[in-house]
Ligand binder design. Structure first.
Ligand code: ZN
Length: 328
């Protein structure tokens, strides 16, 4: 019986010991878990606080940049309005919500200055037309997309009138070269010259609807056959508001007979580099076939030159004149 009692008290002692251990362990866990959790959480809070500070700093930087941008836009706007006041246009600004002002720059004003100011200008001019070759010449000019100037005379047949119309319709310049082209008649007196001048100006107006303001004297202003001083005739044209044009390059096709294509090309192109403004004399005439044949080569040579443009004569063209009427 006593052995039994001893045995059961030992077992109870062991159970109590085990229970104590369990309790201590539980207590330890109860303390450790919140402590560790607290440590982990406080570390994370610290990290989040740092991130928050970083974000705040970046926000401030972005704000600063936005402020500077706004200031720049405001400065630009006031500058533009100053420019606008002096040049006649006003700047416009459009705002889109939340994005600040979006500046819309005004369209630049149309450039009224010479677009070819820095280029060599070459003017192809044809005297004595219209002729049986006018259409061929116009076809060639069309193929190369260049415009020329035709100093025409008065020819009354339908083909001639149709050619004069075509010259104007295709954007070339119609100039006058006298109505009769008879030196003896037109240069007999100022009165005779005036009569002929009025006739050719009227002819061009009636045929093509163009009031021509350009004249080429038959034989040029430096001709030596006129019975009337050429300065007087030039002065008369000036009173009519008409500008006369001579040439500074001659193809040489005025010579009797026909020059070879090679010779015409050489004559028309060898001196191009001497002038910023080149007026080339050629003829639109039934007996000048080689001029038509040389024309594509002449045009190609000119177009191959750097900074060079082929233009029709306009009221912006600086005239080439052999005589100086102001020196009279
Ligand atoms: Zn002529």
């Amino acid at each position: 019986m006593a052995q039994n009692t001893n045995g059961s008290s030992a077992a109870r002692g062991r159970r109590v010991q085990r229970l104590k251990k369990i309790i201590i362990l539980s207590l330890l866990l109860l303390i450790l878990i919140p402590t560790v959790s607290c440590v982990i959480l406080s570390v994370r809070v610290g990290m989040l606080t740092n991130s928050l500070k970083e974000l705040q700093r970046e926000m401030l930087l972005v704000n600063d940049a936005q402020m500077r941008q706004q200031e720049e836009i405001a400065a630009l706007k006031s500058l533009l309005s100053e420019v606008g006041e002096s040049s006649g246009f006003a700047p416009t600004a459009q705002s889109s919500p939340g994005q600040g002002a979006v500046l819309v720059l005004p369209e630049p004003e149309e450039d009224t200055t010479d677009p070819y100011a820095q280029m060599r200008k070459v003017y192809l001019t044809f005297d004595d037309g219209p002729s049986t070759y006018t259409d061929d010449i116009l076809d060639i000019l069309d193929r190369y997309e260049v415009k020329a100037t035709f100093f025409v005379v008065g020819k009354e047949d339908d083909n001639a009138k149709e050619a004069v119309r075509r010259i104007a319709e295709e954007g070339h310049t119609l100039g006058m070269h006298s109505y009769s082209h008879k030196y003896r008649e037109i240069y007999a007196s100022e009165e005779a010259f005036r009569e002929d001048f009025e006739k050719i100006q009227e002819y061009i107006y009636e045929v093509a609807g163009v009031e021509s303001m350009f004249y080429r004297f038959p034989g040029g202003s430096s001709n030596t056959v006129s019975d009337t001083p050429m300065e007087e005739l030039a002065a008369f044209l000036e009173t009519e508001g008409v500008v006369f044009f001579d040439w500074n390059i001659s193809s040489g096709d005025a010579a009797s007979g026909m020059l070879s294509v090679e010779r015409l090309v050489k004559n028309a192109t060898k001196d191009l580099e001497k002038w910023d403004s080149c007026v080339i004399l050629m003829h639109d005439s039934a007996d000048k076939r080689t001029t038509v044949e040389a024309l594509p080569i002449i045009i190609e040579n000119i177009l191959a030159m750097e900074d060079t443009v082929i233009l029709p004569i306009t009221d912006q063209t600086v005239p080439v004149q052999h005589i100086d009427i102001d020196a009279k």
